[in-house]
Design a protein around this ligand. Structure first.
Ligand code: GUN
Length: 292
């Protein structure tokens, strides 16, 4: 049977380390790391994520501020809010929760964030530095995945890593990190997407398969090599009348049939999700330290 990579367990351990660093920083400088999140509109999933981020701040001793804006807020108004956060000396970092409503240009918003406060690592400056291997804020989900591999000492050098999905937030940065001359890294990386032909032939060659395409239970057992490591980045609500909530959470991987073939596999929930949040905390702590 596979080893289950519990993101929750790894995240809890890293949160303890962060909390210790926070009290040291407070003692030495009198400052407490401070993260803000801008949430636009009422999307249920986005609200859940932002609330989880705010709650995680409490757990490690950060200050947090939630800026909630109506779904019909104008782009100019949002840019004004961003300008305020950029100029708030009391704030170490902030995120704008995505996706944004269609009338707002996401790229324009991302580029308005001061790179020194870009704890999501989505600004072109942050991503450019990442590609060059320079110190910067790494995007939270890819950073979280590398921490999971590290925690279990999963060998990566010379391995074939196949990434499914090429989003700017996950697939694309993930593929770059896994190819870099570091640990985890030094993989031969194949990035696949919706136009990829013969996907199954490619995924069957993966020693490490990172799945981030956003389709519930897309990866089946016949797509996975015996002994592979599978990291599931997807998260979806599936209707389930047997649950009190009326739904259950599944990933991009058909866990029950894929797991028996793996050496390591991350579950959903309790896998990558908690790691994304803890990576955001790590970046915020880094931003606070950079200030001193
Ligand atoms: N939407 C989905 N994932 C993320 C994330 O990591 N950061 C932000 N800001 N929005 C997201």
């Amino acid at each position: 049977m596979p080893t289950i990579i519990s993101g929750k367990e790894v995240a809890d351990k890293i949160k303890l380390e962060i909390a210790e660093e926070v009290s040291k920083l407070k003692d030495e400088t009198g400052r407490t790391p401070h993260l803000a999140a801008i949430l636009v509109g009422n999307d249920g999933a986005s609200k859940t994520y932002v609330n989880a981020k705010v709650k995680a701040c409490e757990v490690v001793g950060f200050r947090s501020t939630l800026v909630a804006l109506e779904k019909d807020v104008s782009e100019v108004h949002l840019l004004n809010e961003i300008d305020k956060l950029n100029n708030d000396d009391d704030l170490d970092g902030y995120i704008v929760q995505l996706p944004l409503p269609k009338h707002i240009n996401e790229q324009k918003i991302t580029e308005a964030i001061n790179p020194s406060k870009d704890v999501d690592g989505f600004h072109p400056t942050s991503l450019g530095k990442m590609i060059l291997g320079l110190p910067t804020f790494l995007p939270a989900t890819p950073l979280g995945v590398t921490e999971m591999l590290k925690h279990h000492n999963i060998p990566t050098e010379g391995k074939h890593c196949v990434v499914i999905g090429r989003s700017h937030i996950v697939g694309s940065p993930m593929s770059i990190l896994m190819s870099q001359n570091t640990y985890p890294g030094n993989c031969t990386v194949t990035i696949t997407h919706s136009r990829t032909q013969n996907l199954k032939e490619i995924t069957l060659q993966a020693d490490i398969l990172i799945v981030a395409l956003g389709k519930p239970e897309f990866v089946t057992a016949e797509m996975v090599k015996e002994g592979a490591t599978v990291i599931d980045v997807g998260i979806h609500r599936i209707e389930d009348s047997s649950k009190k909530s009326g739904f259950r959470l599944v990933g991009d991987v058909k866990f029950d049939e894929v797991a028996p073939k793996c050496s390591y596999i991350s579950p959903v929930p309790g896998g990558v999700g908690p790691m994304t949040i803890v990576s955001l905390l790590k970046n915020t702590l880094l931003a606070a330290k950079n200030k001193n």
